[in-house]
Design a protein around this ligand. Structure first.
Ligand code: SF4
Length: 367
């Protein structure tokens, strides 16, 4: 039976779950056989942890069926990582990719018409899926299928979906409320959708009943080992709150120089740089100032640093030296691996060695 590509693009839809059941594929067998969906599921989680999105870097490699089945596999993998932060980041990444696709689906072409592909998700279907049909209405006389600029969202739903959104503009006191509805612009509505999808994806995660080393979990050991490497431990390094570029390890200095030469960093490179700068205590405004003369765009920095930090502190340290070597980011300059196994460990050693001789960059630049 042919699978509707719409379900592969939006696998959190209830119709997509039914499509998975309709394939009559047994996930345990699929995992034991090492079918392509397993590798794509691993990539899905890796992309979520590294880049905050889940779309494939090699989309032509996967069949619609692989793409659809990779979603339940990714959910199993992220459950087995046993990290609440990993679940949060994964759900946020699924939601971000879904909304990026939805923005494309609802864009009109130069001819003023939308694509008629069956893989396109329309607003009414998404509203129904998220139980928001009654809560969200286009403003004015817009009809179904129109693409208005303004919408009205019931105040209760608005408060639920805007909670946690950063910035004063989301506070109810700063909004126009008309007859119990909050006026929101189209891009703001998409932001609210993103929160609703993130919550939908996170529902039921992590799965109960998975035991490491047993059954499905045993079959996924290699994929889990790969993903755990990305979550390399920061605990051993301890808190660092000191910024001195002179002491950065060569891998990080190389990435900074590359960005300053206006070369675009790829996803693992920008993740590594942002994770390092966040881990040494910088907030997004400081990183934007620090990287002002580079190819890194402020909005990209802000998104990535927001994603790397949460209320529990920095959850995503930069990868270990071994992983950075595998990505071609570390060239083991001066045989650093002898000194430390992690860029943060290396940096801590350097900071401890100079004592009070250096002043924090933030003090030097008045931030
Ligand atoms: S050995 Fe580690 S700290 Fe040194 S350059 Fe490589 S990744 Fe960076």
């Amino acid at each position: 039976m042919a699978i509707n590509p719409l379900y592969a693009r939006y696998p959190f839809l209830s119709a997509a779950r039914k499509a998975v059941s309709a394939t009559a594929v047994d996930l345990g067998t699929l995992i034991a056989d090492g079918q392509p969906a397993v590798e794509r599921g691993r990539e899905r989680v890796e992309r979520a942890l590294l880049s905050g999105v889940v779309d494939s870097e090699t989309p032509d490699e996967w069949r619609v069926e692989d793409e659809l089945l990779s979603y339940p596999i990714a959910r199993i993998l992220v459950s087995l990582l046993d990290s609440p932060a990993a679940v949060d980041k994964y759900a946020a990444a699924e939601a971000k990719t879904a909304i990026e696709r939805f923005e494309v689906d609802t864009e009109r072409g130069d001819d003023g018409l939308r694509s008629t592909t069956t893989a396109r998700l329309d607003r009414d279907t998404l509203l129904a899926e998220l139980d928001l049909t009654e809560a969200v209405r286009p403003e004015g006389n817009a009809r179904a299928g129109d693409d208005p600029d303004w919408f009205r969202v019931g105040v209760g739903h608005y408060l639920q979906l805007a909670s946690g959104a950063r910035g004063d503009r989301w506070r109810l006191v700063n909004r126009e409320v008309v007859a119990g509805d909050v006026r929101v612009e189209r891009d703001e509505l998409f932001r609210l959708f993103r929160t609703a999808i993130r919550r939908r994806v996170a529902e039921g995660l992590p799965f109960d009943g998975l035991t490491e080393g047993e059954g499905i979990a045993a079959e996924l050991e290699a994929e889990l080992a790969d993903l755990r490497r990305l979550l390399s431990q920061r605990a051993a390094v301890g808190e660092i709150d000191f910024v001195a570029r002179e002491l950065f390890p060569p891998c990080i200095e190389n990435l900074l120089q590359k960005a300053e030469e206006s070369v675009d960093l790829d996803a693992p490179e920008s993740f590594t740089l942002m994770a390092f700068l966040t881990a040494i205590g910088m907030d997004s405004d400081e990183i934007i100032a620090f990287c002002a003369d580079s190819s890194l765009a402020p909005e990209g920095i802000r998104y990535q640093t927001e994603y790397l930090s949460d209320d529990r502190g920095t959850q995503y340290p930069p990868p270990s030296c071994e992983t950075l070597s595998a990505y071609g980011i570390c060239h083991n300059e001066d045989d650093h691996w002898q000194t430390a196994a992690h860029p943060l460990e290396y940096y801590r050693t350097q900071v401890d060695a100079v004592g009070d001789e250096l002043t924090d960059w933030r003090e030097r630049h008045g931030s």
